[in-house]
Every structure is written in structure tokens, then in C-alpha cells.
Design a protein around this ligand. Structure first.
Ligand code: HEM
Length: 217
């Protein structure tokens, strides 16, 4: 008798290649290597603002959805953190100083298009928040050691209010495993998550266009 592989593991496996492509994109490699200036890091925070505004606007609508609702956790939400970070990094007029790249526009359009179904919402939710809790912590450490940015400016990476990350991840995986999706819906979650990784990689590719400008001297 074969044991069924939990959906959370299937999803993780199915998105691994997309994850590695995102992680290996030149902008992220430069960020992790400590090659980016403060302005270079700020450029990513600005794109995050547009992306999370789209995801969290969908979250407000999906809060009472029987399947997607349990994924909506207020302490995960990043728009309040990003608002404080961008004010610290760019000043009080930060909102007039940022704009989405073409890839960010495409990303937020996709979230607006599919984010009101449990399948689409969870795929985009999973791809961002589970990543921020894991790999995001590497970026958090880099901001601290290289730029001395810890409080305002780095709130985006602070998930301390969630409690221990492994406990949260296990709970999240259980939600994925027990969501009452059909086989077709599970396949659609996988397809949308793969797309979400590609949308993220496209944003990093846009940011890499300005890599020369962002490198520390
Ligand atoms: C900065 C470079 C990155 C590093 C060093 C990194 C590292 C990691 C690590 C170590 C894990 C495994 C955590 C665990 O086993 O529980 C992980 C998981 C994950 N990462 Fe990344 N990551 C990076 C970038 C990204 C990006 C850009 C995204 C998407 C936008 C992303 C999305 C995810 C997701 C969704 C998971 C959860 C996989 C799962 O357990 O189902 N990561 N990352």
C-alpha cells in the first residue's frame, strides 16, 4: 500500500525549480552577496509595496472564504511594515517616489485577476509569505550586517509576532494538506504557484536592469 504524499510536499517539490530560478536571479544574488547599496535594496522594498498591496487587498475579500479564510493571518500582512520601511528609507514623500516596474504591473494584475478564488489566492499567498519567513531572513541578516538597518527599513522581514517560524510553517502546511480541493484544483494551485515564482523572477529581472546603478562602489 502506498502512502499518499501530503499536498504541501507535492507543492514544494513542484515549485522547487521556480524557487531556484528566483533565488539565482542576478539581483537576488547581488543582494545576498552584499553588493547592493541602500538604494538598491530600497528598489525591492518599493516593488514589494505594490505586490503586497494587491495580495492584501485580495486577503481582505477572502477573509471569510471557507477555504482561503484560514490562511489570512493579520500578523503576516506586510503593507503596514512596508509603509514604515519606505518612509524610513525614502522620507515622508515616499509614495510619490516609487513606481511599479512593468513586471510588477503584470504581477499585481494577475493577483487582481485570480486572487478572489481560493486556488489563486492561496497560490500567491504561499509563494510570498512562506518565502519571506524562510529566505527573507537571509536578507534580513544582510540588511543588519551590511547597512545597519534593523528597525524601520527592515520591518518587512520581521515576523517575530508570528511566534516560532517552524510552528507557523507546520500549521501552514497542514492548512494546505487539509484544504478540500479536488485533484483539478490542487493542480491549479501548483500551476498558479509556479506562475507566481516566474512573476517574482520577472520583477527581479526588471530590477537587474539598474544593477550597475545599485552596486556599492
Ligand atoms: C533570498 C534568496 C532566498 C533564499 C536564501 C531562500 C531560501 C529558502 C529556504 C532555505 C527555504 C526552506 C525553508 C524550509 O525548509 O522550511 C525556502 C523556502 C521557500 N522559499 Fe525561498 N529563498 C530565497 C528566495 C525566495 C524567493 C524570491 C521566493 C519567492 C518569491 C521564495 C519562496 C519560498 C517559498 C514559497 C518557500 C516554502 C517552500 C515550502 O516549504 O513549501 N524564496 N527558501
Amino acid at each position: 500500500m502506498s502512502e499518499e504524499i501530503p499536498f504541501s510536499q507535492v507543492l514544494r517539490q513542484a515549485t522547487r525549480e521556480g524557487h531556484d530560478r528566483a533565488q539565482e536571479s542576478p539581483y537576488i544574488v547581488a543582494l545576498i552577496a552584499g553588493d547592493l547599496s541602500r538604494a538598491g535594496y530600497t528598489a525591492l522594498a518599493a516593488q514589494h509595496y505594490f505586490i503586497y498591496a494587491a495580495i492584501e487587498s485580495a486577503a481582505a475579500a477572502m477573509r471569510r472564504d471557507p477555504v482561503a479564510g484560514p490562511f489570512v493571518v493579520d500578523t503576516l500582512h506586510r503593507v503596514p511594515a512596508l509603509t514604515a520601511d519606505l518612509a524610513a528609507l525614502l522620507g515622508p514623500d515616499w509614495q510619490t517616489r516609487i513606481q511599479p516596474t512593468a513586471a510588477t504591473e503584470a504581477y499585481r494584475a494577475r493577483v487582481a485577476e485570480v486572487g478572489h478564488t481560493s486556488v489563486g489566492f492561496v497560490a500567491h499567498h504561499y509563494t510570498r509569505y512562506l518565502g519571506d519567513i524562510a529566505g527573507g531572513q537571509v536578507i534580513r541578516a544582510r540588511l543588519r550586517t551590511q547597512h545597519g538597518i534593523t528597525g524601520a527599513g527592515a520591518h518587512f522581514y520581521d515576523f517575530d509576532d508570528l511566534g516560532p517560524a517552524p510552528v507557523f510553517r507546520d500549521r501552514y502546511r497542514r492548512l494546505l494538506d487539509t484544504a478540500p480541493w479536488t485533484a483539478e484544483q490542487r493542480a491549479a494551485v501548483i500551476a498558479e504557484s509556479r506562475l507566481a515564482f516566474e512573476l517574482n523572477t520577472a520583477v527581479f529581472t526588471d530590477l537587474a536592469d539598474d544593477l550597475d546603478k545599485f552596486l556599492v562602489a
